[in-house]
Design a protein around this ligand. Structure first.
Ligand code: 5CA
Ligand code: ZN
Length: 409
């Protein structure tokens, strides 16, 4: 699949800082130590009901990770998937009497437009589940051959007991895992499984549903976790730097993905850090496709909201916190954007040397974007209340906000 166009990332004076970030697996902050090419996999959308503010907030967090790395003069190798065949997508297509491929293509196109408008950096490899199937089938075969998978009435399951590190991402107890598995696409109640938590790797063809040739697996379609593992291993390899997504992916998706990959390769870990963004809510409940309480990026854009203001709404919240979308959040962001634009439109201003370092320090400290916004607010405030005579300052501020926060002033 093609991704979306990249916006320029201006180079800043001096040198960026290494990123310390909260890792779900260790439960604490770790300083990432990527090589000259940092490797990141971020789980992509299931393409229906895209792009809501929860999606946008999660992708914003991982865009910041990349901007911090780029500021340290590293290259970034970024991979994202599109879950363009899965139960919820097929159910939606049936509900609306629409062809599932058309639904997926339309929503993926809309997502690309939203990401472009929000100045999110595009992945180098943007890969759909369907196009990944030829790479998925041999992985499932290898897991079967290694005794890490088993067949059940035409479907193939992964045996969680085959990975000694299983549980090491989310650290949940068995009961919590069972509840979340049932809620998030698993089938712990299905009779005949070795362990109720075992997730499906390959689903044998179902009447009226799309299926593909799986060789000795028989016709069918891939499970959800193996999709991301196949794409990540092909394009990044084991031990990549960051596996990212919203906090609802920690279990089962990222736990199972890590186990699949570790059982397949015998290597550990799948990712150096598992990074999870908080959930955005509307009217007190997590914004979710199943509940339908959604605010769409495209609807705001249609109403004439500047995408830079949408981005500032996201940045005003720490990526790890759960937060509520309200009209006030957007109104505050619109007002801040106006203040910042007025401040940088003057020919000179207070020195911005300290500001660049403050924004860098804030983001390097577990992506503290609210602290970064506060630093820019202080500079804009000083500009308004007396200004300064540094002719380079407004330009440096614009470039800092563009390069590190993805906001074009
Ligand atoms: N296709 C899979 C990942 S492989 C999937 O979870 N798709 S999704 O469309 O449901 O979600 C895409 C991303 O948005 C995931 O990282 C998910 O955790 C995140 N997300 C979904 N809802 C919210 C929300 N309300 N707040 C924050 N992030 C959210
Ligand atoms: Zn995923």
């Amino acid at each position: 699949m093609h991704a979306w166009p990249a916006s320029e990332v201006p180079a800043l004076p001096g040198k960026g800082r290494d990123l310390r970030i909260h890792d779900t697996a260790t439960g604490g902050r770790i300083t990432l130590d990527p090589g000259p090419v940092a490797r990141i996999y971020v789980c992509g959308i299931t393409p229906y009901d895209a792009t809501h503010m929860g999606h946008a907030a999660t992708y914003n967090a991982f865009d910041l990770v990349q901007r911090v790395w780029l500021d340290t003069k590293r290259q970034v190798h970024y991979v994202q998937n599109v879950t363009d065949v899965d139960d919820p997508l097929l159910e939606r297509a049936v509900r609306d009497g629409e062809d599932w491929t058309e639904l997926a293509e339309r929503e993926t196109a809309l997502f690309r437009e939203d990401m472009t408008a929000l100045r999110m950096l595009p992945p180098k490899h943007y890969v759909g589940a369907v196009e990944a199937i030829p790479g998925i089938v041999p992985l499932v075969e290898r897991l079967l051959d290694a005794g890490a998978a088993y067949e059940l009435d035409g479907d193939v399951y992964f045996s969680v007991e085959s990975d000694p590190h299983f549980g090491g991402v989310s650290h949940l107890d068995a009961e919590a895992m069972r509840l979340l598995s049932a809620e998030r696409g698993g089938d712990p109640e299905r009779p005949g499984k070795k362990n109720p938590l075992d997730p499906m790797l390959w689903m044998g063809a179902r009447e009226g549903e799309p299926s593909w040739d799986g060789g000795r697996l028989g016709d069918g379609r891939p499970g959800w976790h193996i999709e991301c593992v196949a794409i990540a291993l092909e394009h990044l390899g084991m031990g990549f730097d960051v596996q990212g997504g919203g906090s609802d992916l920690a279990f089962p998706h990222h736990e199972m993905g890590a186990s699949h990959a570790q059982a397949l390769t015998g290597a550990y870990p799948f990712a150096q850090a598992y990074v999870h963004a908080g959930m955005v809510a509307l009217d007190g409940e997590k914004m979710s496709k199943s509940k339908g309480n959604l605010v769409f990026v495209s609807a705001l854009r249609r109403d004439g909201v500047d995408p830079a203001a949408i981005r500032l709404s996201l940045l005003a919240h720490h990526y790890r916190s759960d937060w509520e979308w309200t009209d006030q959040v957007l109104a505050d962001a619109v007002a801040r954007l106006d203040r910042w634009r007025a401040a940088v439109s003057r020919p000179d201003g207070p020195s911005a040397d300290a500001l660049v370092e403050e924004v860098r320090a804030a983001l390097a400290d577990d992506l503290d974007s609210p602290a970064a916004l506060a630093a820019v607010d202080r500079w804009a405030g000083a500009q308004t209340s007396g200004g300064g005579t540094d002719e380079g300052a407004p330009g440096v501020v614009s470039r800092t906000v563009d390069a590190l926060l993805g906001v074009a002033l």
